[in-house]
Write a protein that binds this ligand. Structure first.
Ligand SMILES: Nc1nc2c(ncn2[C@@H]2O[C@H](COP(=O)(O)OP(=O)(O)OP(=O)(O)O)[C@@H](O)[C@H]2O)c(=O)[nH]1
Ligand SMILES: [Mg+2]
Length: 423
């Protein structure tokens, strides 16, 4: 029989929170816990008037939890809110179990799920930034636990000196990771430049985790991105080209999902990856319309986009999983509240045509008509104009191909050297 870590989940209800809010959030915490590979023993909601600076939930409650942990042989207690390093330490001492907060849990999941070198570096950076203020100099050195190179060295002196040493090693490692991530950034922007030689509009899929972004990408483009009914199935961005029914070529990018209280360390670390979103021409905000809290999830996504300083791009709201919205009146309500949205099922491929149309219409707004004379030795640009725009007329001249076409801004910029006329 395989051994699974068992945990108690703790949610806090202060006077500003509704019970249902806390319950839903704990529900999500349970999914996160299971995604991390642990089992939920029970969920506890603690009513609170004032947060206890030393024990968060108060010392009495901590002692109660300690008794349950002992009796049931549990390994960890997971808090739905973030704890200060001191609270974490005090709770650990009283409860004598692993004390995990939401941030730590999400960081652990990211660490388990990171596949590419880039993803791993970013997660490592986020984890170290989380750990740094939590180093105590007690017990096994944290630097050792997390395997920072060289920490196993001879500096085993007790107390402060050791703590200083660990801190320095971690800071060194953080700056090493930052350098590596910067290299990736440079590489990515190079890739982007290469793409700009054949500049297709980039459409980024964003949304809450588990909303169906990867399913949509797969079913649109035949990509084979890993899809799973767990949180954070995708960490690394994937880009695929796709030809819209009107023959216009575009690039779709799928990326990491967002979540309530996404640790800021992660947002910072994943900036390089999320550049793809920042650079997009259109954002498809994929929403799980069947989720009871879809509205809060939408707001979370909008807030994260703000934090990423993504603004200005048109956003198409894609209400997904309508196959799971059983009652016609709920669907009706959804449509009424979101008249600009498009309502699809990525899984059942329902209503994708309407999505294509919205994308084309949105792209068409930026199109302008122009005439170009493309020299014969730049013939690649001719096929590019056919791919990315609507060619209205083409004729051969002694010194090149004359093309009148509706083109978007990016295509226009690539061929503007050969501009002959504009309307
Ligand atoms: N019923 C139904 N299920 C869907 C639909 N779209 C996606 N799903 C399911 O929802 C789950 C999550 O899908 P993903 O495509 O992995 O979601 P994601 O947004 O990429 O999630 P992350 O990568 O974790 O951010 C999977 O079990 C999918 O099969 C849909 O239209 N209808
Ligand atoms: Mg995904």
């Amino acid at each position: 029989m395989s051994f699974k870590e068992k945990a108690i989940l703790v949610g806090i209800r202060d006077r500003y929170k509704k019970l249902s809010q806390v319950q839903n959030s704990l529900e999500e915490l349970q999914r996160l816990t299971e995604t991390a590979g642990a089992e939920v023993f029970s969920k506890v909601i603690q009513k609170i008037n004032n947060y206890n600076p030393a024990y968060f939930i108060g010392q009495g409650k901590a002692e109660e939890l300690a008794a349950i942990v002992k009796q049931e042989h549990l390994q960890s207690v997971i808090f739905d809110d973030d704890l200060t390093p001191a609270q974490q330490r005090n709770l650990e001492e009283t409860i004598r179990a692993r004390i995990v907060d939401r941030t730590k849990l999400i960081l652990d999941i990211f660490a388990q799920r990171a596949r590419t070198a880039e993803g791993k570096l970013q997660v490592e950076l986020a984890r170290l930034n989380y750990l740094l203020p939590r180093l105590t100099g007690k017990g096994v050195a944290l630097a050792q636990q997390i395997g920072v190179g060289g920490a196993r060295g001879p500096m085993r002196g007790p107390g402060e000196r050791k703590l200083e040493y660990d801190r320095r090693r971690i800071r060194d490692h953080i700056s090493f990771l930052n350098k590596e991530i910067n290299k990736i950034k440079e590489y990515r922007s190079l890739q982007r430049k290469t793409r700009q030689d054949v500049p297709l509009p980039i459409i980024s899929l964003v949304g809450y985790t588990n909303a169906g972004k990867s399913t949509l990408l797969n079913n649109l483009t035949g990509a084979k991105v890993f899809v799973e009914d767990k949180l954070f199935a995708t960490l690394d961005p994937t880009t695929r080209s796709f030809t819209l029914p009107n023959k216009q070529k575009v690039l779709f990018t799928d990326t990491v999902g967002f979540i309530r209280k996404l640790p800021h360390q992660l947002i910072a670390a994943f900036r390089a990856t999320l550049e793809e979103v920042v650079q997009a021409d259109i954002l498809l905000h994929v929403i799980d319309a069947s989720h009871p809290e879809y509205e809060q999830q939408m707001q979370t996504v909008e807030q994260v986009l703000k934090d990423l300083e993504v603004s200005g791009q048109p956003v198409i709201k894609v209400f997904n999983k309508i196959d799971l919205v059983k009652s016609p009146s709920s669907l009706e309500r959804l449509r009424r509240l979101n008249p600009d949205g498009v309502f699809i099922s990525a899984l059942k491929k329902e209503n994708l045509d309407e999505l294509y149309e919205l994308i084309s219409a949105r792209l068409a707004r930026d199109l302008k008509e122009a005439t170009f004379l493309i020299p014969f030795d730049k013939f690649k640009l001719v096929s590019h104009l056919f791919d990315s725009g609507y060619v209205k007329e083409k004729s051969y001249r002694p010194n090149g191909v004359m093309i009148r076409a509706l083109v978007d801004k990016k295509a226009f910029n690539t061929v503007k050297k050969y501009l002959r006329g504009k309307t």
